[in-house]
Design a protein around this ligand. Structure first.
Ligand code: UDX
Ligand code: UDX
Length: 484
């Protein structure tokens, strides 16, 4: 059976799906918020109601300062908000009024019990399904937007089938492939939209929504399980490429090869392709590690030990890359960074986002603080409170407790500053941890004047002009290149 087929509109509307589409989305996070804003923008006649338990987050979606920073998102939200896009905490009412309900709540890695550290915590998904069952009448379409383990839809269907008031449901899997920092462009021009489901009428109903602005060839339909697995597999493949090039970067540093040259040389092979071969201090973000661990857990569950070990190595490699970077800083700076000021440029997990989940910067800063370095951290989009919270979590024990010693260490050794110059002022070293564009155009002469000597630069993203900096008098250490 061929399961992957471009979408074709061949199905007559089903009796269940004749009324105008009304959408509710549970979860106003990095995925739910931008995705729903785009649907509302592109389909002015469809009412879109985004709900979340978190009142503060909803308040920000209703303000001029959105909780998610994404280039171009402000304009999209402004166009639709108040017209056909609503944000509120009225979960029950929104469910009961809608006929398509997206679930976009978070699915963190379990931190307790069976599968701790690997399996996805599906508590929020299950709670959503129960709430939908409770508040629904008639027929509704339930769409899994969150990334989920394969066969989660089975559990969702079973919970929904217990609805007391005779409501009926179709369940679809419609994973989101947007990347943070480019969410608006990814939503406008996706490589593909994937819809997995059993009912062709339900698939058709959702495909028609996306079909308003996305060409039909890009709307792929599969069975439910292929769709759920494709999202995990796509993220695993992407993360694997980063870990592969990062593995090569270690070898480059040892041999005198240059990882960017190697990436270019292999990336021009059309079978390999040039994207996602940028060596870095390590991948971060809410998805890669979580989804791979989830995949590993699934493989173990099905007795596929070798497959599990294969994918787990992608995460092992990433941990090694982050650790290797902080160790290189300490080793290069005469084996001690104690009481030395290190300017940290960037804290987000990549540029053009305010998201810090699983950012490599957290791990590097924690390692340097363990060595008693003094850190001056600057990120153009991440607020001080968020940086401190992430560092506290990094030092917390397995039940979330923070020792007085670590609390004091963060208080005394971390300052969060307002620009890259302040971070570099009187610093012994600069570490670039996020590839923000503004770091490429700093006045490096001014930076050099303000720094201690030797003026070390550790470029964890290979974005600075290394030759220029070396000529000016910096000592530069990049990823995957011999030091200069
Ligand atoms: C992403 C993706 O949706 C998902 O694929 C992945 O599995 C986890 O992360 P994201 O939008 O980045 O989700 O998560 P987050 O920004 O944490 O947003 C989730 C929102 O759901 C939060 O605002 C949270 O308050 C809300 N939520 C969670 C509810 O409204 N109800 C719940 O029961 C649980
Ligand atoms: C990823 C997937 O790309 C997206 O399709 C999915 O929906 C969610 O997970 P995201 O995590 O937002 O998106 O960002 P992505 O651009 O994939 O980057 C992830 C991490 O890998 C970042 O820390 C980034 O800096 C790093 N990365 C990416 C590299 O180090 N090198 C690269 O070449 C590419």
């Amino acid at each position: 059976m061929i399961v992957l087929r471009p979408y074709q509109s061949t199905i007559a509307p089903n009796m269940n799906y004749t009324s105008p589409v009304k959408i509710c989305c549970i979860g106003a996070g990095y995925v739910g918020g931008p995705t729903m804003a785009m649907i509302a923008k592109q389909c002015p006649d469809i009412q879109v109601h985004v709900v979340d338990l978190n009142q503060a987050r909803i308040d920000r979606w209703n303000s001029d300062e959105l909780p998610v920073y994404e280039p171009g998102l402000d304009e999209v939200v402004k166009e639709a908000r108040g017209r056909n896009l609503t944000f509120s905490t009225q979960v029950d009412a929104a469910i009961s009024e809608a006929n398509i309900i997206f679930i976009a709540v978070n699915t963190p890695t379990k931190s307790f019990g069976i599968g701790a550290g690997r399996a996805a915590n599906l508590e929020f998904i299950e709670k959503c399904a129960r709430q939908i069952a409770k508040c629904s009448k008639g027929h509704k379409l339930v769409v899994e937007k969150s990334t989920l383990p394969v066969r989660t839809a089975e559990a969702v269907k079973r919970i929904l089938s217990s609805a007391a008031n005779g409501a009926t449901f179709d369940v679809l899997s419609n994973p989101e492939f947007l990347a943070e920092g480019t969410a608006v462009q990814d939503l406008l021009h996706p490589d593909r939209v994937l819809i997995g489901g059993e009912s062709s009428e339900a698939v058709e109903r959702l495909a028609q929504v996306y079909g308003r602005w996305i060409s039909r060839e890009r709307i792929l339909t599969t069975n439910l399980w292929s769709s759920e697995l494709s999202k995990l597999a796509a993220n695993a493949f992407l993360a694997q490429r980063v870990s592969s090039i990062n593995a090569i970067s270690a070898l480059c540093e040892a041999t005198g090869a240059d990882v960017d040259e190697v990436a270019k040389a292999i990336g021009t092979d059309s079978r390999i392709g040039s994207k996602f071969l940028k060596s870095s201090v390590g991948f971060g973000g809410s998805c890669f590690q979580k989804d791979i661990l989830n995949l590993v857990y699934l493989c173990e569950h099905f007795g596929l030990r070798e497959v599990a070990q294969y994918w787990e190595q992608v995460v092992v490699m990433n941990d090694y890359q982050k650790r290797r970077f902080s160790e290189r800083i300490v080793r290069t700076m005469f084996n001690t960074v104690s009481d030395k000021k290190i300017g940290i440029w960037g804290f987000a997990f990549k540029k053009d986002t305010n998201d810090t989940r699983e950012s490599a910067a957290i791990h590097v800063c924690r390692d340097l603080l363990e060595e008693r370095a003094r850190l001056a951290i600057y990120d153009p989009r991440v607020p001080e409170s968020q940086i401190r919270e992430e560092l506290q979590l990094a030092f917390a024990d397995s039940v979330g407790g923070l020792s007085d010693k670590h609390k004091k260490l963060i208080e005394t050794n971390v300052t969060v500053v307002g620009d890259a110059y302040a971070a570099a002022n009187e610093a012994h070293a600069i570490a670039v941890l996020t590839e923000w564009d503004e770091f490429k155009s700093v006045d490096s002469r001014r930076i050099l004047e303000d720094m201690r000597r030797p003026a070390f630069v550790f470029d964890g993203r290979n974005i600075l002009d290394r030759n220029k900096l070396v000529e000016q008098g910096f000592e530069v250490h990049s990823i995957g290149r011999p030091s200069k």
